[in-house]
Design a binder for this molecule. Structure first.
Ligand SMILES: [Zn+2]
Ligand SMILES: [Zn+2]
Length: 163
């Protein structure tokens, strides 16, 4: 899973992301009564671990939620450095479909890390998907407007990384 995500992020966005598979139960983020895990707490936990890589993506099998949403496929801090996705609700009998869904969510969250908000363009990865039908209908690419913004911000990111 980590390899597939890293390879797709590299191919589609041309950047390296540090993918960490969260296997240990994130007890610090457990939400009693809901049996789920607070995505924001996991993000803060990821951000507290020092890393050389500017973008980090955590992957977990535990079900994620936020105080407002009953569940989330993924969560990220707009313009931040860390994102987290869950494969809990996207599993399919065909592993390739599970991977494809994870890649789409991962790319969407990385898009948010680039400061890109939700997009209304049909098929664009930055569309907000609240169910699998919507998620499956997305292309594995950004629309031209989102891609333009991503490239523009990527340049700024690379410039600021230079001494
Ligand atoms: Zn989003
Ligand atoms: Zn778009």
């Amino acid at each position: 899973m980590a390899d597939v995500l890293a390879a797709n992020i590299q191919t589609i966005l041309g950047i390296n992301a540090d993918i960490s598979i969260i296997t240990e139960k994130p007890g610090y983020a457990f939400v009693p009564g809901r049996g789920q895990f607070d995505a924001g707490k996991i993000l803060r936990h990821l951000a507290s671990v020092k890393s050389e890589v500017p973008l980090r993506l955590g992957v977990t099998a535990y079900d994620l939620c936020t105080p407002i949403l009953t569940f989330v496929y993924g969560e990220s801090e707009l313009g931040g450095t860390c994102a987290v996705i869950s494969i809990n609700r996207i599993r399919h009998n065909t592993p390739e479909i599970t991977y494809l869904r994870a890649v789409k969510i991962g790319l969407h969250e990385v898009g948010h890390l680039f400061g890109i908000g939700h997009c209304w363009e049909p098929g664009c990865l930055m569309q907000y998907s609240h169910n699998l039908e919507k998620l499956d209908a997305l292309n594995i690419d950004f629309c031209s407007a989102c891609r333009y913004e991503i490239n523009r911000r990527k340049l700024t990111l690379m410039k600021s990384a230079c001494p």
